[in-house]
Ligand binder design. Sequence first.
Ligand SMILES: [Zn+2]
Length: 388
Amino acid sequence: MSDLKGRVCEAVDRLEEKLRGVSRFIYENPELKFEEVRAAKLLADELAAAGFDVRLGAAGLDTAIVATHPEVSDGPTVAIIGEYDALPGIGHACGHNLIAAAALGAALAVGVVKGDLPGRLVFFGTPGEEGGGGKVIMAEAGLFDGVDAAMMFHPASHTVVDWGSLAITEVNIEFFGKAAHASGSPEKGINALDAVIQTFNSLNALRQHIKDGSRIHGVITDGGAKPNIVPEHASANFYVRAEENDYRDELLEKLRACAEGAALATGARLKFELVGHSYKAMKPNRILGDAFVRNLASLGWGLNPPKDRSMGSTDMGDVSQLVPSIHAYLQICPEDVAGHSREFAAAAGSEEGARAMLTAAKGLAMTAVDVLSDPRMSELMWEEFKGG
Ligand SMILES: [Zn+2]
């Protein structure tokens, strides 16, 4: 192990109690998307105390953080990314407390040796990953411009680095019909609920003919009030996902056609609206990922990839379509545990979770050393990114 890598690992060891404390605090004080006031302040304070030039609040998001290490010179720019939002009802069932602590640990550790390295080191605190798209908003504000390598860790039921995510778009569908007595004068009504049900039925007929790995899933958010009133309003909320951004857009049009058909069949008026939550597919950079895997292996942590192409969606996808990126998964629980479950929430607060967080902090810090110490690596990453 190089001297610099040895030093960043020692730094993480020295920071262990602090990082465990940060993870524990965020875990025990779950905050929903864009309300991560306490987590963001804690991270910003730690970075400021370590001498980083900290901006709390960026791109119009109060809980976003951009913290730059003061030693800046010509050379590559490395971004270490942290998330810290929780899920409604089940707290840190996505383990973002571990992501925050690992990213903080990596940034502080690289900061310790930054004086001996060229380039620029930036910590990005990216709020609202769970449906808010904090990174999408920060990317649109140009905050990732000039970055050569963006990296983060995510806890999981497997360890895998070269892994994609699905492009996703969220859609609200509303139908407006006409209320009438459902028994006395049903012929005078237009049934908005039937239009929603017909949309689901058409969609289910479509499923046989869509590409493997795509996902279209919805819930009915309004199905009327009482059986004796023909529902004048009904609505549903869908997520449309696919392995490629373009195919996700194609599926969106197919869903629109299903809804338009239902409107025509029932006479209800359709309102079809894209809402929030639209993430691009993850484009993992292999050169950056291979470096992380080698560093992980040197720490005694091997890969354990899933046997199927099980994928979710993340706003890190949008960052990965802008600059060379990795979104590395480290295992914190048995393989059969699902994300966003009670079991996963327990793992995010467990000793296994803490060990993965500390290992990820070292792996990210060592990979940052790789990028900062060798400008040729950035050239190769960009060549791969541009398809060269
Ligand atoms: Zn997550």
